[in-house]
Design a protein around this ligand. Structure first.
Ligand code: BGC
Length: 754
């Protein structure tokens, strides 16, 4: 044992010596390069214009090539294709005075050409290896095509389904989000970026972008620091601890100061308190937007404020690069320039500017069988079975199904929002996936049945990038075609919900019910009297009260990526047993939002076990407090039973640990996976703690009839929380420990900390 420890210490020492040597080599290289740079060239490094076809904000840059030759550009983003990137890199390294290579960034959010499910869906796997695999495949494909920097992961915790970007995060819980975020960073960077299939990750959006008032995109955020540290910061911090190379400042204000120029956030917290050493980039025109926020009178002032606060690189606004007239800014300019050059150095771009331009890799490693298989595997794990009356699912491949709905035969809607590099012509529609799955056995009859919604203008907004064709037939004709095939089928399978652009950036919504035309069609289909399965497509939790009351089965299929059609077929026909669990609750009403299972108790809580109205307690007159489907919830094709929990030590001293054990039994007829969840509650505390907080979980595989004892280890550290200054501690007292299949069905025990 002692010998092992000795060798471990020696290896750590050697590693740290090697790192120090590397760092001093990098410092010397950058010192010497910077000594040759003019102020204008240094400012050029702070400039990140956009190129390519994708425009997400207000401006599009121009004259890029000229600027690159003049050393006025540090990087470019959203340019796709290894040849295009090689050519632009060539201009930078052959035609600019100092031959400094460019960074090539892209929003590779949930895959490149092989698209994985939207991140919210990946969170429903509760599988950090799935998140890491998504990041790994993304990095392999993107780096083969010239990209060295991705604007991902998004670590914004969100408890408000009105906000369309909830689709890009990992849900409502800071603990699950932190684990997924860290796994993504590691999948992209593999620790140190030395491998040429790694790319620099960008943690976004720093900070609190997921808590905009009223769920409206880009809106103000106002939260006390106690809530920030406990409910929103842990995922950002986890990414910093994982060594994320860059951070993106968010669009929102915080304590009245936009994040883009918020010194407390970008310097005091991020760098000084958490020790982040990489570069910070603004969001798209974030610097310019300081004028609209009302904190700066013009772009020049805005840029000064941002630089002084700790921002290093300006995405699109080109404000930072114009700061050449104020000598007092020179130290900050030098620091920002150095951080950007360091990122390029760590990515190996000075050693080989074409490191990420490997045409052979591009030809063989993008959207290949292996990557697609990985994406299909993650996609089927991400689907969440919400209801399954009389075990209607899985369907038999021999049956005749009537596949109906505006999402049934669309290619472009499969990958989901933020699939910048997707080539949807390569992907199957759901109809094609199901037809292939039953070929030679059963039948898939198809009718669109209705448009996305009655309002053509709203449908155009919801399919803005030309992704959907509106059907010009009359409502009656479309419904009657659907009714006809429904009558011939054994089961009606409805592919309905949101189009992919109804979530994502700038897709806030105030009505989260099934869009009108689709709801009316569902009502008509009910009259046929056949069992109905709803495959609900959405990038956020939606309101499914009516559907839950009237339909036989509901499966939440999110937007599951390029392999969605096959993955949905796998689960629908039972080749794969569903195991997804909600990473965010589905509310009963938009009026409940924002909502989270991690709420505080209030001075007048509803009595335990009661969920409807009671006068003078904290509740609604017209809606239960609870969600329709809680955080952590998801059914399987089998059933599980949980024993009471046992605790090895009821009292924990300082370095003590307690084993929490529970026996889980697969009481159904199919082998299946289950996610066993551990929650805690600090029973008496000032400041108050939430009524329930996720702290750990485990995946188990159980054959039909099999039981397994699951053991969680609790130590003092796992039970603590942050104060409003960000100090972590675990007070003495009693803690409830809860284990179960979701955040509501929990077995409880108590332990105390001395
Ligand atoms: C988004 C960012 C994204 C950037 C670049 C912005 O509008 O908020 O998440 O990385 O555009 O496309």
């Amino acid at each position: 044992m002692k010998k092992h420890l000795f060798f471990l210490l020696i290896s750590l020492l050697l590693l740290s010596c090697k790192q120090q040597k590397e760092e001093s080599k990098m410092d010397n290289f950058i010192d010497s390069l910077m000594s040759e740079m003019t102020l204008q060239e240094k400012l050029g490094q702070l400039n990140l214009p956009v190129t390519g076809d994708i425009v997400t904000g207000q401006a599009q840059s121009s004259n890029i090539a000229e600027k690159i030759r003049n050393g006025e550009v540090g990087g470019l983003f959203n340019l796709k294709g290894v040849n295009a990137i090689r050519e632009v890199q060539r201009i930078a390294v052959e035609e600019s005075r100092l031959h400094i290579p460019l960074l090539f960034g892209m929003d590779v959010i949930h895959g490149y050409e092989t698209v994985f499910p939207i991140p919210l869906a990946v969170a429903c796997t509760w599988d950090t290896e799935a998140a890491a695999a998504m990041a790994r495949v993304s990095a392999i494909e993107a780096t083969a095509d010239g990209i060295s920097w991705t604007f991902s992961p998004m670590a914004d915790v969100c408890c408000d389904a009105r906000w369309g970007r909830i689709s890009e995060g990992f849900g409502e819980d800071p603990c699950l989000t932190a684990a997924m975020t860290a796994a993504m960073v590691n999948g992209y960077q593999l620790g140190d970026l030395s491998d040429s299939t790694t790319m620099m990750a960008c943690l976004k959006h720093f900070a609190l972008y997921g808590a905009p008032e009223a769920g409206r995109e880009y809106n103000t955020v106002e939260l006390g620091r106690y809530r920030m540290f406990n409910d929103y910061f842990p995922p950002y911090r986890a990414a910093v601890e994982e060594g994320v190379g860059s951070v993106m400042a968010s669009f929102n204000t915080l304590e009245g100061v936009p994040a883009t120029c918020n010194k407390w956030l970008l310097t005091d917290l991020l760098r000084e308190q958490w020790g982040f050493q990489g570069m910070v980039v603004s969001d798209y025109t974030g610097v310019y937007e300081l004028i609209n926020h009302g904190v700066a009178a013009n772009l020049h002032e805005a840029s000064q404020m941002a630089l002084r606060a700790g921002l290093d690189m300006d995405m699109v606004a080109e404000g930072l690069p114009s700061l050449n007239d104020d000598k007092s800014l020179i130290p900050a300019i030098n620091t920002a320039c150095r951080r950007i050059l360091e990122a390029k150095y760590k990515l190996g771009l000075f050693a080989d500017p074409y490191r990420y331009c490997d045409e052979t890799r591009a030809a063989t490693q993008i959207y290949n069988e292996e990557n697609r298989q990985e994406a299909r595997e993650v996609a089927r794990k991400s689907l969440v079975l919400l209801k399954n009356n009389n075990q209607l699912l899985p369907l038999s491949k021999q049956s005749t199904i009537a596949l109906i709905g505006p999402l049934a035969d669309t290619r472009a809607n499969m990958p989901g929002t933020w699939s910048v590099a997707a080539v949807s012509s390569k992907y199957k529609t759901l109809r094609e996936g199901l037809e292939q799955a039953v070929s030679g056995k059963g039948k898939v009859l198809y009718a669109k049945g209705c448009n996305l919604m009655y309002d053509a203008k709203m449908e155009a907004d919801a399919t803005m990038f030309g992704r959907e064709m509106r059907d010009n037939r009359s409502v009656e004709v479309m419904i009657s075609e659907a009714m006809q095939i429904a009558r011939q089928a054994d089961v009606i399978v409805c592919a309905m919900g949101e189009s992919s652009e109804m979530s994502g950036e700038c897709s806030s919504r105030t009505n989260l019910e099934m869009p009108d035309a689709q709801h009316d069609l569902l009502e008509k289909l009910l009259t046929v009297g056949k069992p109905i399965v709803l495959l609900n497509f959405s990038g956020r939790p939606v309101i499914l009260n009516w559907e839950n009351e009237h339909l036989d089965a509901i499966m939440q299929v999110w937007f599951a990526g390029s392999e969605a059609a096959d993955a949905i077929a796998d689960v629908l026909y039972g080749d794969f047993c569903p195991s997804g669990k909600l990473a965010v609750a589905f509310p009963r009403s938009v009026g409940q939002l924002p909502m989270t299972y991690r709420h505080y108790n209030t001075g007048r809580p509803l009595p335990e076990g009661k969920d409807d109205f009671s006068k003078f307690v904290s509740c609604y007159m017209d809606c239960n407090n609870s969600p329709l489907f809680p955080f952590g919830y998801g059914l399987s094709y089998t059933s599980f039973e949980y024993s009471e929990i046992t605790v090895s030590h009821n009292e924990l001293c300082n370095n003590g640990r307690a084993d929490i054990t529970v026996t889980v039994t697969n009481s159904g007829k199919r082998d299946a996976d289950e996610v066993v969840q551990l929650y805690i509650r600090d029973l008496v505390s000032c400041p108050v703690r939430p009524v329930c907080e996720l702290r750990d979980w485990q995946h188990i595989q159980l054959a039909a009839g099999e039981s397994q004892t699951v053991c969680f280890v609790i130590d003092k550290d796992m039970l603590g929380f942050y104060d409003a200054q960000g100090n972590y501690s675990t007070p003495a007292g009693d803690y409830q420990i809860m284990v179960g299949p979701n955040s509501e069905q929990l077995k409880k025990a108590t332990i105390s900390i001395e």
